[in-house]
Design a protein around this ligand. Structure first.
Ligand SMILES: [Zn+2]
Length: 332
């Protein structure tokens, strides 16, 4: 969690470059936003205090940038400041917000902007409650409440270290867990799954916000970032545990999966062999498999297989990366 000293350092010396960028002309922004939203977000305006019902809303959910949809704040961090503007103690992710020194009106303040599209949001002050001690004072017109809640998706496409590393980069994805599914052995170990006898595949379970990234797009990305045409195999990894699989959580997901597979079939030289079946149980993998690539970028497998895969993924899906998605860490 950022402290005031780090906020000031970024305001004076610059912010980390966001993994995802959205840039549009002023004419495009005017076409997409109401005049009031445009005045606040693109012309650094300020709405009248107590002018929005959002101040008094505390229901669970995410607050997204009204311009680009980037998740900025969570309702859990919202508090009643009495200022007349929605107030939060900290953003959902470290790098979701960019900080700029604002010397207007004879004051020294720190302006907050969306790090993805540079929308003006409001200001941040060092007089907030614990744990951050910060008060993000944000114009309601710069925010859009996500009502969709969270959903889950479960995919396998070879080694879960790779699959996890890809989905962790995406905007709208709040959590990715590696595990086992699709087989019959209860509570399997990694060793048992590697034997190929459990029927389980190495999979990831993705928690996502459907108002930011749809299930269909997650499927398209999944099919584009592994080879869905090689039965029980990804590159040098062979065995049923490496098969391409989509485990659906409900009938809607099953029908979307069938549509997306049909839509993408013509893009491949060979038939898609991805298995689609309802999820029975997801078994979370041992702790040392979670965030494996992020924790071990220089291990030979990561450097040789995952780093190039992530570079191709980033080049192709740059617009969809979340703020703060790291560039590949591995050194060769
Ligand atoms: Zn934005």
């Amino acid at each position: 969690m950022l402290k005031w000293s780090e906020v000031m350092r970024r305001a004076r010396h610059g912010n980390p470059v966001a993994g995802r960028r959205v840039e549009k002309s002023d004419a495009q922004w005017r076409a997409e936003l109401t005049p009031e939203q445009h005045h606040v977000t693109r012309a650094k305006g300020t709405e009248r205090p107590f002018s929005s019902e959002m101040c008094g809303l505390f229901e669970a959910g995410r607050y997204l940038c009204t311009c680009c949809g980037e998740p900025l704040f969570d309702a859990e961090e919202k508090f009643e400041s009495g200022s007349g503007w929605p107030s939060f103690t900290h953003p959902v992710q470290h790098d979701a917000i960019a900080y700029q020194l604002d010397l207007s009106h004879g004051m020294e303040r720190v302006e907050t902007q969306c790090s993805v599209c540079d929308a003006h949001l409001g200001h941040v002050f060092p007089d907030g409650p614990a744990p951050s001690g910060l008060r993000y004072c944000i114009n309601a017109l710069a925010l859009r409440k996500s009502d969709a809640g969270e959903a889950r998706a479960t995919f396998g496409g070879g080694c879960f270290w790779c699959t996890e590393a890809v989905f962790e980069q995406l905007a709208g994805v709040s959590r990715v867990e590696s595990g086992y599914a699709g087989g019959s052995t209860p509570d399997p170990s990694y060793q048992a799954v590697c034997s190929g006898q459990t029927g389980h595949a190495e999979v990831v379970q993705v928690t996502f916000d459907p108002s930011v990234v749809s299930y269909a797009d997650l499927l398209r990305i999944h099919l584009s970032t592994h080879d869905p045409t090689t039965p029980n195999r990804q590159g040098a990894d062979r065995g049923t545990q490496y098969r391409s699989i989509v485990l659906t959580h409900d009938d809607d997901q099953a029908s979307v999966a069938r549509q997306v597979l049909a839509e993408m079939a013509p893009l491949f030289d060979d038939p898609i062999v991805t298995e689609v079946r309802p999820l029975d149980s997801f078994y979370r993998a041992e702790d040392y498999h979670q965030d494996y690539y992020a924790s071990n970028p220089n291990r030979p497998y990561c450097a040789a297989v995952i780093t190039p895969k992530l570079q191709r993924f980033r080049a192709r899906f740059g617009e969809r990366l979340r703020a703060g998605a790291t560039n590949t860490h591995a050194q060769s």
